[in-house]
Design a protein around this ligand. Structure first.
Ligand SMILES: Nc1ncnc2c1ncn2[C@@H]1O[C@H](COP(=O)(O)OP(=O)(O)OP(=O)(O)O)[C@@H](O)[C@H]1O
Length: 678
């Protein structure tokens, strides 16, 4: 940082004695010229993502209201009929009362009792004048009513008569309505509307925080409280020595002082100095506020090198997460939305056809099952077999990181401009020949891996190596855990994760284990979230400052839809690999291993080269295997746990070749127990 140049001021003055300069017309014009221009059309009308949900809501709301009242129409008719005689009585009474000036009658009586002739005469004159005016109005009204009755009884026939009668009854029903019981039932009960946030309310709430603001300490509002998105922003200069973190640590007490739900109250450091607080108070609790739908649900693709859609913040603004060159750790108590948070990131990766996904959901719930159709490796379960599969995959990924490091080194030597800082770039990732595409490894309920008696230790070491070394080479680990303790989450793993996401956690230990040391003390507390706050998390490492966001709520059905679209995109781009190819085969009602056995039986051999197998499979079931190459076959077999190997045999051409293929002995036996080798 360069030093600020110092030039002595000719005539120094203490600043507190300088008078506020007078603003000239030029100053004011300049201020307007530099002023932020308000948009001509309100932004939500132009933004499809905001406009469509509002229009959809308006249509849905109108439809609900229309149906609600249509069903109750007969009840409304009965109510009006019942009240119409009362209405007739009321109308006659109004006329009589008006013509006799009944409202001033007590005054006239009082004047008579007091023998006050002058006052009585005065009141009598006023009554006569009033009654004269009212008589004119009554005559006009009476003529109109009489004309209406003549028309109704003598002229109107058929539907016109009934319509006229209904209108007359409706008017009388409305006049005779009971003030306690409305004629029309409400179709909705609006939410309690939050009161406007005022500076004095904020000040009272801040002063009431236990042990934060001393009595008589000054609290200032540099700007007036303003409307900011769906809430209010109060910028506060806290008393000297008090920090925003002191307030952030007492969010629940602050919410109590403001008389709002805690999910509406979001204090954060202000932009100008260390004692400034930006208090944003939402109209609605973040847990219940309406959220835009996942933007890539129906169309669009993502880029792992850019920001992947994650969710929305308190202001309903979109929050994206940049995974490339990062590793992510997600932690929370059971059932708060860890897997959903992981899934929303995974869907983004799925929609980048270049990204290879390796998915290990180590609970066995199938929550990430939608990704199976496009994942290079996939496992679901907490049994030893799945954990071992995951470990083997980590070994392969570790080796892949090594290979990529060598590849990058070669490229950097050959043409340094292609990989600045010795890192994978989008251009390098797009080149298939280099194999430097993004590789995203999802490990859900990772505590089941790291605390495994046999495989846990090695898995922890491999994961740590991958986290430390893989970033620059496009390999990223996204892990989720519900137990961030030392046994279940090796220390280096949490401290090396660049992106940390904490949904509701139990205590400060878990909070800091996921978000990083000191976060709880700094007021970044995922302990403040309640059971209702599903999907809401503190995110660290996504922006310069920690932020709160709610992940897009994606149901299993939505995830399936997105993944089906992603699989098609990958098929078109020829980017389906490994397990996904096997899954596609199964999706078309075939079983790869059974078909390979058939091919071997047809050939009368106990081995087959991949190239030959691909051709024979395509003849066997063209709808499933058409277009397969030796590589496709190798990847698909690997996805089924059978690695191809080099087989040195004489072919039908009489020549000997050492090509890749599989042997019958490698295939799992009929009972399904794998006898994998190679
Ligand atoms: N962004 C969200 N908005 C609304 N509801 C959500 C959101 N994210 C998750 N949920 C709800 O929270 C519940 C739990 O989600 P999820 O299975 O992802 O949690 P989890 O922490 O992985 O649970 P477990 O510990 O049991 O695996 C689900 O019913 C889901 O609908």
């Amino acid at each position: 940082m360069s030093a600020v140049p110092y030039e002595p001021v000719a005539d120094p003055q203490p600043v507190d004695q300088i008078r506020e300069p007078r603003r000239t017309a030029f100053d004011r014009i300049t201020a307007h010229r530099e002023a932020a221009k308000h948009p001509i059309v309100v932004p939500w009308v132009r933004d499809r993502d905001q406009r469509d949900p509002i229009l959809r809501w308006a249509a849905g709301y109108s439809w609900h209201v229309a149906r609600f009242h249509a069903v109750r129409l007969p009840v409304y008719v009965l109510r009006v009929l019942r009240r119409s005689p009362v209405g007739l009585g009321r109308a006659i009474r109004w006329v009589v009362d008006g013509m006799t000036d009944s409202e001033a009658r007590p005054l006239r009586k009082s004047a008579v009792v007091r023998d006050d002739v002058r006052e009585y005469m005065q009141l009598a004159r006023e009554r006569n004048a009033r009654v004269r005016h009212r008589a004119v109005a009554a005559v006009v009204g009476g003529v109109l009513v009489a004309a209406f009755l003549v028309w109704l009884l003598l002229v109107a026939t058929g539907p016109l008569f009934w319509a006229g009668l209904a209108a007359a009854v409706a008017v009388l029903g409305v006049i005779g309505r009971d003030r306690e019981k409305p004629l029309i039932t409400r179709a909705t009960t609006p939410l309690h509307l939050a009161p406007v946030l005022r500076a004095d309310v904020v000040e009272v709430a801040l002063r009431a925080l236990p042990g934060v603001v001393k009595k008589d300490a000054r609290i200032e509002f540099p700007d007036p409280v303003t409307r900011d998105g769906p809430g209010y922003l109060a910028r506060v200069n806290l008393p000297v020595g008090v920090t925003p973190q002191d307030v952030m640590g007492k969010r629940a007490a602050l919410a109590s002082g403001l008389r709002r739900p805690i999910g509406c109250v979001w204090p954060a450091p202000g932009p100008h100095h260390g004692g400034q607080l930006d208090l944003w108070v939402g109209d609605q609790d973040l847990a219940t506020a309406r959220q835009p739908v996942y933007p890539l649900l129906e169309k669009g693709v993502a880029d792992v090198f850019g920001r992947l859609p994650y969710g929305t913040n308190q202001r309903n603004g979109k929050v994206g997460v940049q995974l490339i060159e990062n590793n992510a750790l997600i932690g929370a108590m059971v059932g708060q939305g860890k897997t959903s948070a992981m899934r929303v990131l995974a869907l983004g990766c799925a929609l980048d056809v270049t990204a290879e996904l390796r998915v290990w959901e180590l609970k066995g719930s199938g929550d990430l099952g939608a990704l199976e159709q496009l994942a290079h490796t996939y496992g679901s379960g907490q049994d030893d077999e799945t954990i071992r599969g995951c470990l083997e995959d980590l070994r392969a990924i570790r080796a892949e990181v090594e290979r990529r490091a060598g590849e990058i080194k070669k490229i950097a030597k050959r043409s340094p401009e292609m990989c600045p800082n010795n890192k994978v770039t989008r251009d390098l990732a797009n080149r298939r020949d280099l194999g430097l595409h993004p590789m995203v490894v999802l490990l859900d309920e990772v505590q089941n891996l790291f605390s495994h008696e046999t495989y846990g230790k090695e898995a922890g070491k491999l994961a740590l190596d991958i986290i430390r070394l893989g970033r620059a080479f496009g390999v990223m680990l996204v892990q989720a855990t519900q137990r961030p303790d030392a046994d279940s989450l090796p220390k280096g793993i949490s401290s090396n994760a660049g992106i940390r996401i904490a949904l509701r956690v139990m205590d400060d230990y878990a909070n800091n284990a996921i978000l990083g040391a000191g976060m709880y003390a700094a007021g970044i507390r995922a302990t403040d979230f309640t059971v209702r706050d599903k999907g809401i998390a503190w995110l660290v490492g996504v922006e310069d400052e920690p932020l709160v966001a709610k992940s897009f709520n994606i149901t299993t059905g939505m995830a399936e839809r997105v993944c089906e679209r992603a699989r098609k995109l990958r098929e078109q781009a020829g980017r389906l690999t490994g397990h996904a190819i096997g899954a596609t085969v199964e999706g078309k009602g075939a079983d790869l291993l059974t078909d390979v056995r058939k091919v071997l039986a047809e050939l009368g051999q106990d081995w087959v080269w991949s190239k030959v197998a691909a051709e024979r499979l395509a003849e066997l079931r063209p709808d499933v295997y058409r277009g397969w190459t030796a590589d496709t076959f190798g990847a698909a077999m690997k996805g089924r746990g059978v690695a191809t190997k080099q087989i040195n045999r004489t072919g039908p051409d009489g020549l000997r070749h050492n090509w890749w293929g599989v042997e019958l002995g490698q295939l799992p036996d009929a009972t399904g127990s794998a006898s994998t080798s190679g």
